[in-house]
Design a binder for this molecule. Structure first.
Ligand SMILES: [Zn+2]
Length: 166
């Protein structure tokens, strides 16, 4: 039954890998980020990646929105720290903070120097590895290119993870 198969595929998480690091993105999480990306375009937006770590593999199950105090620019996005902290505590221990996501409307699916610096700042002994999900597309973000990066404490640069066939 083709209909049932199509539904099954749509609900399956997508695997991304880089140098032995493995992360899974739930399609519902990516879909929500894409929706928020369109709503904020042509300004950048973003939020947190929440999920679980199972056998050393990150499973991104949900994304959060930007929060009311977030600052959206054409080439910058700064999240709402208080909003994020409240959310992280509310969902713990069912979900944990795995990293962040943001958008590049009218830009490329590569992290800027500022992006890399801000991910690096978020790393700590408690958080030695973080994911960064980037959605790039035309200024209106009608279509998005999805790129996932992992940044590991002590390493110079984030690794772009491959997968998803996108
Ligand atoms: Zn950026």
């Amino acid at each position: 039954m083709p209909g049932a198969c199509a539904k099954q595929a749509a609900s399956t998480a997508t695997l991304y890998v880089a140098d032995g690091y493995r992360a899974w993105l739930a399609p519902s999480a990516v879909a929500k980020a894409a929706r928020l990306a369109r709503a904020a375009a042509p300004l950048e937006t973003g939020g947190m990646l929440l999920g679980q770590v199972v056998d050393g593999e990150a499973h991104v199950l949900a994304v959060t929105g930007p929060g009311r105090q977030a600052k959206h620019g054409r080439c910058t996005f700064e999240g709402d720290g208080a909003h994020n902290n409240r959310l992280v505590h509310r969902v713990w221990p069912r979900l944990r903070y795995l990293g962040d996501w943001h958008t590049h409307p009218g830009g490329h699916a590569v992290l800027s120097a500022t992006d890399v610096a801000s991910v690096r700042e978020s790393l700590s002994p408690d958080r030695p590895e973080l994911l960064e999900l980037l959605l790039a597309g035309p200024p209106g973000m009608e279509s998005v290119e999805v790129a996932l990066f992992t940044m590991v404490r002590g390493e110079d640069a984030p690794l772009r993870m491959t997968g998803g066939g996108q």
